[in-house]
Design a protein around this ligand. Structure first.
Ligand code: Z5A
Ligand code: MG
Length: 212
């Protein structure tokens, strides 16, 4: 590397239906990558701490009603408001492990009946993940896991539609991971894929072309 071109971090995304273990794996992955010497930070969408995020939380957790299109735009705005901070970390060499992103955004809104192409539009031109790890398992299995059913969307019919839509959004670069495995085996696979991605993108520019 020349002095000016410092290695950048990788944008690693964990996606999947509810209770497939994204948050469990994201936390473990961050910890492991740090131990291996990679500067790494956990990032989560929705980010419920911002003003926009608080409106999203009201909708998801407190039963506040909002128009479906308006909610979709709030989720997207919640990503756009994070973009400069994400770029700053990535450019400074920090890898971001991101828990959900625009694919969740489109899959959930389209599952409610919104037009798929309309749903993709507000996220066009966002940062594109360098690696998408899709945790996949049958909905019937994930519904047996703890905590299901406390928030909006946590129902079998909606979840089944969401999974179909995720698979429609799937890109050739996605890595499909069998989420029925043990937490440790999934973790090992994610660490392996992440380290490859970190090495691969080190000298590549950030990609600002999601769905362009
Ligand atoms: N949403 C949207 O509509 N539009 C958007 O743009 C975005 C999101 C970004 C809240 O998301 C909702 O927002 C979500 C999508 C929508 N809709 N719903 N419903 P959230 O990310 O805040 O959701 P969450 O509350 O974190 O849950 P989750 O993401 O569905 O769960 P998870 O992170 O995938 O799973 P987990 O919390 O790691 O694990 C779940 C349980 O399973 C837990 O008890 C674990 O101990 C257990 N577990 C985990 N891994 C395993 C394995 N391998 N074996 C056995 N048990 C396991
Ligand atoms: Mg989660």
């Amino acid at each position: 590397h020349s002095a000016e071109s410092r290695s950048r971090g990788a944008f690693i995304l964990l996606e999947g239906c509810d209770r497939t273990g994204k948050s469990t794996q994201a936390a473990k992955l961050v910890e492991r990558l740090q131990t291996l010497g990679h500067s790494t930070k956990l990032w989560k969408f929705p980010d419920r701490t911002t003003r926009i995020g608080q409106m999203i939380d009201g909708y998801l957790a407190k039963g506040e009603d909002l128009n479906d299109h308006a909610v979709h735009l709030l989720f997207s705005a919640n990503r756009w408001e994070a973009v400069e901070a994400m770029e700053k970390h990535l450019s400074a060499g920090t890898t971001l492990v991101v828990d959900r992103y625009a694919y969740s955004g489109v899959a959930f809104s389209a599952a409610k009946g919104l037009d798929l192409e309309w749903c993709k539009h507000p996220d066009r031109g966002l940062l594109r993940p360098d690696l998408t790890l899709f945790l996949d398992m049958p909905i019937e299995e994930s519904m047996k896991r703890g905590g299901f059913g406390e928030e909006r969307y946590e129902k079998l019919t909606i979840q089944t539609k969401v999974r179909e839509l995720f698979l429609q959004l799937r890109e050739p670069t996605w890595v499909m991971v069998d989420a029925t495995q043990s937490i440790e085996s999934i973790h090992k696979e994610l660490v392996h894929q992440s380290e490859k991605a970190i090495t691969r993108v080190r000298d590549q520019p950030l990609q600002h072309d999601l769905w362009l």
